[in-house]
Design a protein around this ligand. Structure first.
Ligand SMILES: C[S@@+](CC[C@H](N)C(=O)[O-])C[C@H]1O[C@@H](n2cnc3c(N)ncnc32)[C@H](O)[C@@H]1O
Length: 213
């Protein structure tokens, strides 16, 4: 088992979940304070033109807040894959009345048939995959997506850079994730990319991208 998987499955993942028990509108406020735009605002800019009936999977969905924001935009078929059982329990409880379905699974081995979803996305998840394993995750997401890949991840423009995460090594890396998809899966083309700078730490940048097959 890789060490990142072990951490996210265990107490480390549970503590992350407990620290981040925001409501969807609190999450929006957090984005507004950090980037000057809500997550809902970002989502509209990238996804407004997409059909609301498409099948969507979030890999690493935690308590389901990102899926909840997509539900608020009118998307109807929302699925999550999550490695941490405590987060899944919370997600299922919080979203019991919404069409949001989360199952336990792992990004390196998606338990779905080829092209099963119209859109697959990650938000703050590829950054936690060891660079030794990232190619497998990129391949899995590309395999299971019929049409779109959407991402929001920490950005670094010159190769990989490791950052300490809550005092721990070997848990967080940033790079140009869109480039990894495009280099390894030329069947996908870039539709849109935007960089969001942190208002307070303006040397930090996150990247949102939308790819289409
Ligand atoms: C930083 S959180 C992001 C949560 C959510 N996507 C968001 O934007 O609010 C990362 C989530 O990915 C999950 N995760 C980490 N590695 C994973 C893996 N290999 N497969 C599936 N989920 C994973 C963690 O348990 C955690 O819930």
């Amino acid at each position: 088992m890789n060490s990142q998987k072990k951490e996210w499955e265990s107490l480390f993942g549970r503590e992350y979940t407990q620290r981040n028990m925001f409501t969807p509108s609190e999450l929006d406020k957090l984005y507004l304070d950090r980037y000057g735009v809500t997550r809902t605002g970002m989502n509209h800019e990238f996804l407004d033109l997409l059909d609301r009936d498409i099948m969507i999977l979030e890999v690493g969905s935690n308590i389901g807040n990102q899926l909840h924001l997509l539900h608020n935009m009118g998307f109807k078929n929302l699925y999550g894959l999550e490695i941490n059982s405590y987060a899944i329990q919370k997600s299922n409880k919080l979203n019991i009345e919404l069409p949001i379905y989360v199952i336990k699974g792992e990004a390196l081995n998606l338990p779905f048939k080829d092209s099963f979803f119209d859109l697959i996305y990650t938000s703050g998840v590829l950054i936690h995959i060891n660079p030794k394993n990232i190619r497998k995750v990129i391949d899995e997401i590309s395999r299971c997506s019929k049409r779109y890949i959407w991402g929001f991840e920490y950005y670094h423009d010159e190769g990989y850079k490791e950052i300490k995460y809550h005092g721990q090594n070997n848990m967080l890396w940033k790079t140009d994730f869109k480039k990894l998809f495009l280099e390894n899966h030329p069947e996908f083309k870039l539709l849109k990319e935007k960089h969001y700078h942190y208002l307070e730490n303006n040397h930090l940048t996150d990247q949102m991208f939308l790819l289409e097959k």
